[in-house]
Design a binder for this molecule. Sequence first.
Ligand SMILES: *Cc1c(COP(=O)(O)O)cnc(C)c1O
Length: 396
Amino acid sequence: MSITPLMPVYPRTAFRPVEGDHCHLIGEDGRRYLDFAAGIAVNILGHSHAGLIGAIQRQAEKLMHVSNLYGSPQGEHFAQRLVDLTFADTVFFTNSGAEAVECAIKTARAYHSHAGNDHKYELITYKNAFHGRTMGTISASNQEKMHKGFLPLLPGFKYVDFDDLDGTKAAIGPNTAGFLIEPIQGEGGIRPASDEFMRGLRALADEHDLMLVLDEVQCGYARSGTFYAYEQYGIEPDIVATAKGIGGGFPLGACLATEKAARGMVAGTHGSTYGGNPLAMAAGEAVLDVVANDEFLAHVRKMGELIRARLQQFIGNYPELFEEVRGRGLMLGLKMKVEPRGFVAHLRDNHQLLTVSGGDNTLRVVPPLVIDEGHVDEFMEKLSAAAASYDPRGAM
Ligand SMILES: *Cc1c(COP(=O)(O)O)cnc(C)c1O
């Protein structure tokens, strides 16, 4: 037998982390790595946050899982806090981002079905989007590399160029249910949508009675410098999928919706065995305790501006490697002139700095949100040393 016990769907690195220490990971070989990947924008409090660990330990001793058949004081409390902080009136908890997007898709369809419009099932989605790996969420993306081997896709998605308002307008038809979009594309290469585009989508949704569904799984939860990215566009969505940072590393996601948008999501229409379990709620509340305040968000913006300014200055020294700095808050991307994966490996293996590659030749910089200036110095030192020693042709 040559297949590995772990299904070989990831090209895993030789680096094997075994322990976390705040913003560093420690490998099996005992070496310390500066973690500016944060589990792909997940570990927003770093790896050993006492508040998060304590909350999980205390809840684990009390009650980990009960069925959603029962009343949930833990779920009600956390949902109420999210409702108070956002556009939303109601919350469905999930265990992952893809499940949060699935719930968002179903909520948008049910909105129209509830009014007797079963034919309004189609969501307009955007090229190079990433919404997850379930059949529904790969069908919502035009990225063929995720489709190969898994056809046929689910019907009900129409792909339009990102940030193209005229293209979106032209794509609206009798079957349109709404728009599904990442306000800042993550996996696609850290690309923020323009203000005009996001406001235009809101206006189109209002005009045609369509659902504006945001996938904030990566850009949401303080990452972009506001609690949710939509706040920076001066609009309110109808439905938001959120995950990654919300659990700080504990598997948790949520679908947020207004009362109007959720009118079709009545008893029996949706469910999850684990979704919203007491352990996940305790983890979620511990993360929220840290991030949902102005001081924390100001810290994210300040660190983001610091890294951005230093990157901007730095890339001028290596015009053959880097093209531009993109993103908002601590969701930053370095667009490279070469394939970024070799450089990500060079950073990791030779300089003990963890980053992630993304689409459009982008190197993603998505550190824990609790970094301080010392971590930024360490990041810039490692990055500078790596750029000085990198030969893209020899892949090192
Ligand atoms: C990561 C991601 C998802 C999928 O989340 P999973 O937890 O891996 O299912 C969906 N949408 C966006 C924008 C993401 O970045």
